[in-house]
Design a protein around this ligand. Structure first.
Ligand code: FAD
Ligand code: UDP
Length: 363
């Protein structure tokens, strides 16, 4: 029996924004999620008074004032600016690649000296049009930075050679000839005061949410319960993998409570050498300038994706994009189902992009 206007599969950001907007338009929504909590990957757990980002560090950033005002209408954001450090074989470097990094690497003090150093290295390589992540990185920052700060991190993160990855992934990181350690170029940035759950709770306020329910366990029932279905899970799974499996990258998080106030002095430290098995250590209290007597850290280990594990990152290489196009073509024909979010659109979306996509879908 049809009881709802919309069934929304997935209580992550896409699902929560969609439900919120539709409720405002007077529609009746039901949100289901297979996890035991809402929020998808932005979910936080409170441990020792600290908001622990359960699925990896989440820093909100956007250039779009409309998106910034939208999230701020649910929760206040603090002034946190992401400025991670990189640890390569025991030495520390600032990220993203900027004058501080160049000074630490080469002792150069002026932008001209730094540019000269990079150009020297890049010219030797004679790469005309970068066709993969390795070539893209080498032509942006040269051999030294590539070898110390990119290659090892990238190859463990993605479980493959940097020559087999799309170039766009490395373009997420700014390269600057100023002494500026801000990881993002966007105008607005911060962390919700009190954690991301406040944002999600605000979005889902007054909406029926049922947790611990996997859509695929009773697909017919869920398809029949609403006029329309919004699906934010894996698109290949929706189509029973009929064209083949899309590749994803997974992660394993190791959370630890430490009986000390300040473990590493920064929220994010990346470990860029290949022989350290994790990519980063997050110290959560620093996102909110916490002064608790204990601290919580998370080591983030890249992991092979297998069915049953969480699919964190789409692997947007040529082979997967070709496969995805086939699924997307089927999706376009659906009259009843709307596909949205990181998994259903198979896109390396950040939060602000998911929000924008969800708002667009509701319009
Ligand atoms: P999700 O959050 O994945 O939500 C999808 C939901 O659907 C999940 O809760 C899932 O359980 C549910 N679901 C799936 N299949 C089913 C099913 N069959 N039945 C029922 N429920 C189902 N973005 C930033 O802007 N800044 C950052 O710093 C940042 N850091 C990140 C770090 C990591 C490690 C990762 C993995 C992502 C990061 N992101 C960051 C991206 C951000 O997490 C996503 O853009 C955003 O959370 C995606 O929202 P979503 O709703 O599309 O997907
Ligand atoms: N990257 C790197 N060294 C670093 C940080 C990032 O080589 O210290 C590369 C790596 O390939 C990574 C990509 O840049 O996958 C994007 O980094 P980002 O921090 O945006 O990744 P996310 O937070 O989305 O995992």
């Amino acid at each position: 029996m049809i009881n709802y206007d919309y069934l929304i599969v997935g209580a992550g950001l896409f699902g929560a924004v969609f439900a919120h907007e539709m409720k405002k338009k007077g529609k009746k929504c039901l949100v289901i999620d297979k996890r035991k909590h809402s929020g998808g990957n932005v979910y936080c757990e409170n441990v020792e008074g600290i908001n622990v980002h359960q699925y990896g560090a989440h820093i909100f950033h956007t250039n779009d004032k409309e998106i910034w005002d939208y999230v701020n209408s649910f929760v206040e954001f603090n002034r946190y600016t992401n400025s991670p450090m990189a640890n390569y074989k025991g030495k520390l470097f600032n990220l993203p690649f900027n004058m501080n990094t160049f000074y630490q690497l080469w002792g150069v003090k002026t932008p001209k000296e730094a540019q000269r150093k990079i150009v020297e290295q890049v010219e030797k390589l004679a790469i005309s049009t970068p066709s993969n992540l390795e070539e893209q990185a080498l032509s942006l920052v040269g051999t030294d930075i590539y070898e110390k700060l990119i290659k090892g991190y990238t190859e463990k993160q993605w479980g493959r050679n940097a020559t087999e990855l799309p170039a766009f992934i490395i373009k997420r990181l700014p390269v600057r000839f100023t002494y500026d350690n801000n990881y993002f170029n966007d105008k607005y940035q911060g962390i919700p005061v009190g954690g991301y759950n406040k944002l999600i709770d605000g979005l889902l306020d007054g909406i029926e949410v049922r947790l611990g329910i996997d859509f695929f366990e009773n697909r017919e029932k869920w398809m029949g319960i609403a006029e329309k279905v919004v699906f934010t899970g894996k698109i290949d799974e929706f189509y029973d993998f009929k064209f083949g499996d899309l590749e994803y990258r997974s992660l394993r998080f190791e959370h630890e409570v430490l009986n000390e106030e300040n473990f590493q002095g920064n929220a994010v430290i990346n470990y860029t050498a290949f022989d350290v098995p994790y990519t980063r250590i997050i110290e959560h209290k620093h996102f909110e300038f916490g002064t608790q007597s204990k601290t919580v850290i998370t080591k983030e280990y890249p992991a092979k994706y297998e069915k049953g594990k969480e699919a964190y990152y789409p692997v947007n290489d040529e082979r997967n994009m070709e496969l995805f196009t086939k699924y997307r073509d089927l999706a376009k024909e659906e009259k009843k189902v709307i596909f949205g979010g990181r998994l259903a659109e198979y896109r390396y979306y950040d939060m602000h992009q998911v929000l924008a996509a969800a708002l667009k879908a509701t319009r």
